[in-house]
Design a protein around this ligand. Structure first.
Ligand SMILES: [Fe+2]
Length: 206
């Protein structure tokens, strides 16, 4: 399979992933992915060197269709430090992950109302609590990680599971011995300028 076919398979797989979610923002993204799968022709994208090994390792034994397709389409995915959030996220925080934006304003698949893409977090790492105005749903597609909302209990989620973050709720992710790959989507107020890191309340720690 060539990388363009793999990329189109990836878009259809991501549509199937979000077709499980009964929310308007998910329905819009599903339609965007399915339409784009018909005619989007990505061009080769240089590897994001700081995370390339983790990106490849995250899908090495992947079982989901989306992760297999992401691996096959690796050479055309726009993996980057943060995508749209380079100003809001310090390098210290972004050193643990990489983002590939597929849908959004000015993205490969241009859309003004929703965003969507892929996320990889390296093994043994914490992505500390942060929040943003956009409503967000992650979909684990490879590996297992722990997710925390509003400084509550850490909950384990594995490939195939969805994690929803309502607008402005603090959320964090930590990995263990393996990197993870997840799909993500944003809807509602998708302005990157609303993104911020969050401090734990005095009585709690993460
Ligand atoms: Fe988020």
């Amino acid at each position: 399979m060539d990388s363009i076919d793999a990329f189109r398979d990836l878009l259809m797989s991501l549509a199937d992933v979000y077709a499980q979610e009964d929310r308007e923002g998910a329905r819009v993204l599903v339609d965007v992915y399915r339409a784009a799968a018909q005619d989007t022709a990505p061009t080769p994208s240089p590897p994001y060197q700081p995370m390339n090994a983790a990106i490849l390792a995250s899908t090495e034994t992947a079982k989901t269709a989306a992760a297999k397709a992401a691996r096959a389409a690796h050479s055309v995915l726009p993996w980057a430090r943060t995508g749209k959030l380079d100003e809001q996220i310090t390098k210290e925080v972004s050193d643990v992950f990489s983002v590939a934006i597929l849908v959004g304003p000015g993205a490969l698949i241009h859309n003004e109302t929703v965003m969507g893409g892929l996320f990889v977090q390296r093994s043994g790492a914490l992505y500390p609590a942060h929040a943003h105005a956009a409503e967000e749903t992650y979909a684990m597609i490879a590996g297992t990680a722990e997710w925390q909302k509003d400084f509550g209990e850490w909950e384990e989620h594995k490939a195939g599971e969805l994690i929803h973050h309502p607008t402005n709720i603090p959320h964090a992710t930590r990995t263990r011995s393996m990197p993870i790959m997840a799909a993500w989507r944003w809807s509602g107020d998708i302005r990157p300028s609303t993104y911020r890191m969050c401090e734990a309340p005095e009585s709690q720690s993460i």
